[in-house]
Design a binder for this molecule. Structure first.
Ligand code: ASP
Length: 423
């Protein structure tokens, strides 16, 4: 069986091989009867189809089971309030950090021009502009109204994520409030659905090396190295924003709000953070995070078992930041100026997407469809950022877990616990 650790080396290799193959064979070159470009296209497009295939059932299972399990506990109102406030505040701060940086760096522009042309996007631009106009990206009231699905099944079938999430949250809350075995049965059903979809997603992710090879090769064979410069600038923007949020903002909050030693906390958490970095999964890291928080930082089981499982699925600062930077990068590359209303929509949907993303590798990438859809950008934009996603996933997963752990010690402290005492 392929191990997760092997997988990310495979993905890195696929990335390099894809660049090489794309540089070697242009769009019209042939090897005997075979046109390599067609093979790249097939591999990339098939992988994207498979990713899209898992979106609806995965987020349905994830959100309903997550909300239902949280809502089931009694007397947790105050804890929930504090935890939720931490999650939303830190995620918003992360998104704003990304928003400022991406507007300053403008990685989607090449010499003042949209980089999309160099990256092989030229043809789709007029259609995109039309899309954007017809969806009325700045129309916030309309977006809020459209969050309520006329028909939840229809929303799922059409891939309208926001209405689907809205409905799933409601259903989750309702299930938590159903008395007796009825609620448990339904909660169990959606938990099982989520578990099964995690497996299917795992299979899709196992094919990522092939898909990434194809997409990378296609991008470079269209455009050569020109295509890579904006991508690298984009990667650097995400990395810089993650660094600011993880190394400055969160430690400051731990110190100022929790009055706790942030550096000592980081030392305690190191094994979990490194695991997050290599597995690219907050969920897979959860046992380690819980161990470090309970046995390392000395947080009570009551706070740990509430804050962390919830955090690993809904509190994703790194993912939220990344959604925002990626969406604006794609808009810039397509040559579309997003005004204040549209950027505000990106902020809100990035927050929702990070809440909806499962704690598994590449979940944030799958959720990009929500953010892109909300402002009328084409899903194909995902192909642009896919190539370096595994690297960014490592960084954002680490920040996701770091924020959960900071939340746990701050909440524990506010509940009067002695945490992070001694070494
Ligand atoms: N891999 C991330 C996590 O598990 C989610 C994401 O893809 O952004 O936290």
């Amino acid at each position: 069986m392929t191990h997760r650790r092997d997988l990310h080396w495979q993905i890195l290799a696929a990335l390099g091989l894809g660049v090489g193959a794309g540089l070697l064979w242009g769009e019209t070159d042939t090897i005997g009867p075979v046109r390599p470009y067609a093979v790249f296209d097939f591999l990339g497009a098939t992988f994207l189809r498979a990713l899209k295939m898992v979106i609806v059932p995965l987020i349905t299972g994830s959100i309903i089971s997550g909300v239902a399990s949280v809502g089931a506990g009694r007397g947790l109102g105050r804890l929930f309030g504090k935890t939720f406030a931490w999650y939303v505040t830190t995620s918003l701060l992360a998104i704003l950090t990304g928003l400022v940086l991406v507007n300053l760096v403008r990685p989607g522009l090449s010499g003042g021009e949209p980089a999309g042309t160099a990256m092989g996007l030229g043809e789709v631009r007029p259609a995109v502009q039309q899309d954007l106009e017809s969806t009325g990206a700045g129309d916030l009231v309309g977006i809020l109204q459209r969050m309520i699905p006329e028909n939840p099944v229809g929303a799922a079938a059409e891939g309208q994520m926001l209405p689907l999430i809205f409905f799933c949250v409601l259903l989750g809350v309702a299930i938590a409030r159903l008395p007796g075995p009825q609620g448990q049965q339904l909660a169990g059903f959606f938990e099982a659905l989520f578990g099964a979809m995690m497996k299917v997603t795992g299979w899709v992710i196992a094919t990522a090396p092939l898909g990434i090879f194809g997409l990378m090769a296609k991008i470079t064979s269209n455009a050569g190295f020109d295509a890579l410069a904006p991508l690298l600038r984009y990667g650097a923007t995400v990395a810089a924003a993650l660094l600011i949020h993880g190394a400055v903002t969160l430690p400051l909050l731990v110190r100022l709000v929790g009055r706790l030693p942030a550096l000592r906390h980081a030392r305690v958490m190191a094994p979990a953070l490194l695991t997050a970095f290599t597995t690219r999964s907050s969920s897979a890291t959860l046992p380690l995070t819980m161990d470090r928080i309970e046995n390392g930082a000395g947080v009570s089981n009551r706070v740990t078992s509430f804050v962390l499982p919830l955090g690993s699925t809904i509190n994703m600062d790194g993912t939220a930041l990344y959604e925002c930077v990626a969406a604006l990068f794609i808009a810039q590359a397509y040559g579309i100026e997003l005004g204040f209303g549209a950027q505000f929509t990106v902020v809100v949907t990035a927050l929702l997407a990070s809440i909806g993303a499962a704690g598994i590798p590449a979940a944030g990438l799958v959720m990009m469809s929500i953010v892109l859809g909300a402002v009328g950008l084409p899903l194909e934009g995902i192909a642009l950022i896919l190539a370096i996603d595994p690297l960014l996933d490592m960084g954002r997963t680490m920040v996701n877990v770091w924020s959960d752990s900071c939340g746990a010690v701050v909440v524990a402290r506010s509940e009067g616990e002695d945490v992070l005492q001694g070494d």
